[in-house]
Design a protein around this ligand. Structure first.
Ligand code: ATP
Ligand code: MG
Length: 418
């Protein structure tokens, strides 16, 4: 038997309702905040990701699904969405009329990581990106939306972690200080951190290897190196979060390893997921639009880990899985054809109905109705047809009534909502 690819997974009925629920709540929230949906391809030229995510990152160094197509062009299954949204913003000159644009997009991402709970090779993200506004107020608004999305989904145990990466100017001094610090502890650093120590020391702060984490607890803090403007923006971020009534944690380890990223960076963390504690990550990437060939336009955004959020919202959330309102237990040819007509008319009227197609006994049809969780069962057989009335049984109240054949459809279409 052919099995699915390691790190990939099926999202089956029973779980998929949780995903649909999250999507509905998220798109409703985005709409209320003026975000427009954008749909972008799943594959792009490799160069787009190499340039935007950065050559020294885990993603580009070892996680991308990259292959030459039949003409030899290097293509990559997208490991994240921001680069493609930026590409699209530039390609369609969306900045021309009004540089301020707010987008969201939902879809699969691909990274060849070691699969484990909360970490897959195909996973899903919900992304939001805001172009054209440089103020930390927007970063605060994004964090506000994330926290309230979680609240609306009844996910309580979440808190924003925030940090500032400053601008490339403040980072130069910080990188020198961090590099010197790494020099001192280099004996215990992993191979990757050794290699990145000079080229991109910030990556070491993000390293997941326990010995590196331990060695870096006393590392210098970027916020101590912020220039006046970056400091003021970081203060504004904190003040605006407080104004919005949000608690937060200052987290000096939170980084993005690239020069295109600047100032606010944040993560929504939870205590409920074990090792994979980040439900969403985001931050400002003021240099990226320009770096990818567009005008100098600031931007900020976030990515929610859909799989992790779905895990938090819970698999068997009460009431999410729709059950049939009605099961039609029909006995005999004539009854079955009537049942078939009713079932289809009910479907169009928004009343989910099921029936038996195999000519089973009443007893086994009743069993099936029970298993499906149908709220009502309609019983129709030769005898009922002779009498000109059918029996409707309320499965929760264990009551039944007879209904004249002529009134059946009207009665069924107005079954009480469950
Ligand atoms: P992590 O530190 O957990 O590897 P990351 O920094 O690589 O996360 P981002 O690139 O910022 O993650 O992506 C945003 C969110 O996407 C993460 O917070 C996480 O919830 C989710 N995510 C990232 N990688 C995976 C994966 N392989 N499987 C499932 N979800 C993922
Ligand atoms: Mg990762």
């Amino acid at each position: 038997m052919i099995q699915l690819i390691r790190g990939f997974r099926d999202i089956l009925p029973g779980e998929v309702e949780v995903w649909q629920h999250i999507e509905e709540v998220a798109t409703g929230l985005f709409d209320d905040f003026g975000f427009k949906e954008i749909r972008i391809p799943i594959m792009e030229k490799t160069e787009l990701f190499a340039r935007s995510i950065g050559e020294d990152t885990d993603i580009v160094e070892k996680e991308m699904y990259t292959f030459p197509d039949r003409k030899g062009d290097l293509l990559t299954l997208r490991p994240e969405a921001t680069a493609a949204v930026v590409r699209s913003y530039i390609q369609h000159k969306m900045y021309a009329q009004d540089p301020v644009r707010k987008f969201f997009t939902i879809g699969p991402m691909f990274r060849r990581e070691r699969p484990q709970k909360g970490r897959y090779r195909q996973f899903y993200q919900i992304n939001a990106e805001v172009f054209g506004i440089g103020s930390a107020l927007v970063d605060a608004q994004l964090i506000h939306m994330l926290i309230h999305l979680c609240k609306r989904l009844n996910v309580a145990d979440v808190i924003p972690h925030i940090n500032s990466l400053g601008c490339p100017d403040c980072r130069t001094a910080f990188k020198a200080a961090l590099s010197a610090f790494l020099e001192n502890v280099s004996g215990v650093l992993c191979e990757d951190c050794q290699r990145r120590r000079h080229r991109n020391p910030l990556r070491a702060l993000d390293c997941k290897v326990p010995t590196c984490r331990e060695a870096l607890t006393e590392a210098p803090s970027l916020t101590a190196f912020l220039d006046r403007e970056c400091r003021a923006e970081f203060d504004l971020l904190q003040e605006s979060l407080t104004r919005l009534g949000l608690d937060y944690v200052l987290d000096k380890r939170l980084v993005r390893g690239l020069d295109y990223y600047s100032r606010a960076t944040f993560e929504i963390q939870t205590g409920a997921l074990g090792a994979q504690s980040a439900v969403a990550g985001g931050g400002r990437y003021d240099g990226l639009v320009k770096a990818l060939g567009g005008p100098d336009i600031p931007a900020t955004g976030f990515a929610i880990g859909f799989d992790r959020l779905a895990e938090l919202v819970g698999l068997e959330r009460e009431g999410l899985v729709r059950r049939p309102k009605l099961f039609i237990a029909a006995l005999g040819e004539r009854s079955r054809m009537l049942a078939f007509e009713w079932m289809n008319a009910l479907g169009l009227a928004g009343v989910q109905a099921e029936m038996d197609h195999e000519g089973r006994s009443l007893k086994s049809q009743m069993k099936r109705a029970d298993r499906l969780g149908a709220a009502f069962v309609l019983m129709v057989g030769e005898e009922e047809l002779e009498r000109g009335e059918v029996l409707l049984r309320d499965m929760t109240q264990s009551e039944q009534e007879s209904i004249p054949l002529a009134d059946v459809l009207e009665r069924l279409q107005s079954l009480p909502a469950s």
